[in-house]
Design a protein. Sequence first.
Length: 258
Amino acid sequence: MRIAIFNQKGGVGKTTTALNLGAALHRSGNAPLLIDLDPQGHLSSIHGNIPLASDQSLFAFFQDQQSLQSLEVEWEHIGSLIPAHQQLIKVDSIFGKGPAVLNKLRLGLDALEAEHPDRHCLIDCCPYIGVLALNAIFACDTLLIPVSTDYLSLQAAEHITRTLQVLEPVMKRRVNRTYLLTRFDRRRRMSEDVRQRLCERYGDDVLDVVIAENVTVAESPSLQQDVFRHNASSSGAHDYRSLLAELAERGCLPLKTN
């Protein structure tokens, strides 16, 4: 299954969720492929040992027709990564928004799945609608939308809803979507208020699990670690284990059992 992690706002936990959900999958025996689709390359920087050249990054897939498989880098304790490069910022201006480029990632992943039919894919998106994010939406089985517990993040989720209303007639399908509350602080009234508003608007599409504000979750990327390697007994690690379990229960990430 392919999950694109996207919100039209930065700082809501997209990269953190890609990192830690990937680590949770690895620990369950389902090592995934992570794709860094953000020119800022935050997910790639957490890996810490990626090629620096653009022709060894996801940009080469768009620009030079390289296969996704040729660009994979092993990521210990997680699975594999296709790294980003700052040159990805040029994709919009180079290719425009025709059907061929919007379906490029989907077709590339279709080819990759022939080699790895049982591997899940997590796509860390850039925080704006353009060719890159549209590629992820066209390619994914589920859109996972992190919403931090503030009103601007809630507003950004509304923008995504309007975007999907425009896209879905073109795609000829409803994009399955789930909303994940992040940076949730039970001491703040605003957190519960945002949660109630989200549930009123999106109902069962809102996940029961929340990712609470947690020092371990915040610290681990700076140490180039996922939350489990940093502190597997932390409440942050518990939250991401629970997230994987709920996504599996919903059929978004079915898990292999040994």
